[in-house]
Write a protein that binds this ligand. Structure first.
Ligand SMILES: Cc1cc2nc3c(=O)[nH]c(=O)nc-3n(C[C@H](O)[C@H](O)[C@H](O)COP(=O)(O)O)c2cc1C
Ligand SMILES: Nc1ncnc2c1ncn2[C@@H]1O[C@H](COP(=O)(O)OP(=O)(O)O)[C@@H](O)[C@H]1O
Length: 326
């Protein structure tokens, strides 16, 4: 695993450290803390406060988060990830974050809360300001909460901002709520809680070379094993190619008409596009659920249905592209 990566974009290059041990002692910073799966509008409020405090006080805008390959806090066990790790950094970058420390959970889960605060937040991240949500837990066995954090911040001269919960429809915005919506195919509602359309940027891999023969070439993308569960079926979609948003239609599922597999595939026909996208990272955004995946009696029936799906998607995708502007 690489220790440090630099992403371009945002206000400057974003530095990402993947181990605590290799993160050099940081410049004075305002640090947002959390797992931040999905980077929804509640997370945007917490990270946004750190970015704003950093700008006002001449500090570095930092985020402490973590990965879960080697273990997971109990309350997050088994929950699929709403954003891939790479997308998480890209979004934080766009939000104006400059420095991320994202070790694996296994590297710090045994630290006592005081050690976590002093060694990780203050020394490695240079925290002068800490921003988190009211339910932030830290330290071994999640022993530390807001009250202890307040005490530690006060005794070390660190400012603390506990950012109030963000509500949508009177209910707290949460990653759990978004996962439930995605499992039900409700990508529109999930998009409301995310503050952007739900999507993923993944590498385009080779498929069966069948799409091109039925007038609907599709980019095939494989979800990471840890990814959130999506309702299988066909979605109105948009794809980002060379910075342009294009109307598309996507099938998420197992393609029972042409295959027997348990590997979930994302296949997207980009309407009106032609070109070679193999090996590229392409972002697909799901806008609206159209229908369930079906096993068709013939490839001809599948071909006709995909053309009808594309026609159904176009007005939805065009309206989205017009509204989003790019
Ligand atoms: C809009 C759309 C809808 C689809 N719906 C189904 C479906 O209901 N059932 C199915 O078995 N495959 C479905 N597929 C997947 C096709 O089987 C697949 O795209 C086609 O076989 C081409 O495969 P290839 O990309 O490997 O060449 C759909 C694909 C698209 C783009
Ligand atoms: N309009 C389009 N939408 C999606 N992919 C396209 C389009 N036009 C060309 N392509 C290219 O064709 C490939 C898909 O063709 P297809 O016959 O479905 O083959 P595969 O078996 O690799 O899915 C894509 O990976 C991409 O490189």
């Amino acid at each position: 695993m690489y220790a440090k990566a630099v992403y371009a974009g945002g206000v400057g290059p974003l530095e990402v450290f993947h181990t605590i041990a290799q993160a050099a002692a940081g410049a004075p910073a305002a640090v947002a803390c959390g797992y931040f799966d999905g980077l929804h509008i509640g997370h945007a409020a917490v990270v946004g406060r750190a970015v704003q405090r950093a700008r006002e006080e001449g500090l570095c805008a930092g985020v402490f988060t973590f990965t879960r390959a080697g273990g997971s806090p109990e309350r997050k066990a088994g929950a699929g990830e709403i954003v891939t790790e790479a997308d998480k950094y890209a979004i934080l970058d766009a939000w104006g974050v400059q420095r991320v420390l994202a070790p694996d959970f296994s590297e710090f889960h045994n630290l006592e809360p005081e050690a976590f605060f002093d060694e990780v937040l203050v020394r490695r991240m240079g925290a002068r300001v800490v921003c988190c949500g009211a339910d932030f837990r830290f330290g071994r066995a999640a022993a530390g909460g807001a009250a202890l954090l307040e005490k530690l911040c006060a005794s070390r001269g660190v400012a603390l901002e506990i950012v109030p919960e963000v509500l949508c429809g009177g209910v707290r915005v949460s990653s759990t709520r978004i996962r439930e919506m995605l499992a039900a195919g409700d990508v529109k509602e999930a998009g409301r809680l995310l503050g952007r359309a739900f999507g993923y940027r993944l590498t385009v891999v080779h498929g069966k070379r069948l799409g091109r023969t039925i007038d609907s070439p599709t980019i095939n993308q494989r979800f990471p094993k840890s990814f959130v569960r999506l309702r299988h079926g066909v979605y109105a979609a948009a794809a980002v190619v060379d910075g342009a948003l294009l109307p598309a239609v996507a099938n998420i599922g197992l393609r029972p008409t042409v295959e027997q597999t348990d590997a979930v595939n994302s296949e997207t026909y980009i309407i009106g596009f032609s070109g070679d996208l193999y090996g590229r990272q392409i972002e697909v955004r799901l806008l609206e659920f159209l229908r369930d995946e079906q096993k068709f009696a013939s490839v001809d029936a599948l071909r006709a249905r995909i053309q009808a799906d594309a026609r159904a998607s176009v007005p939805i995708a065009k309206a989205y592209i017009e509204k989003t502007g790019k």
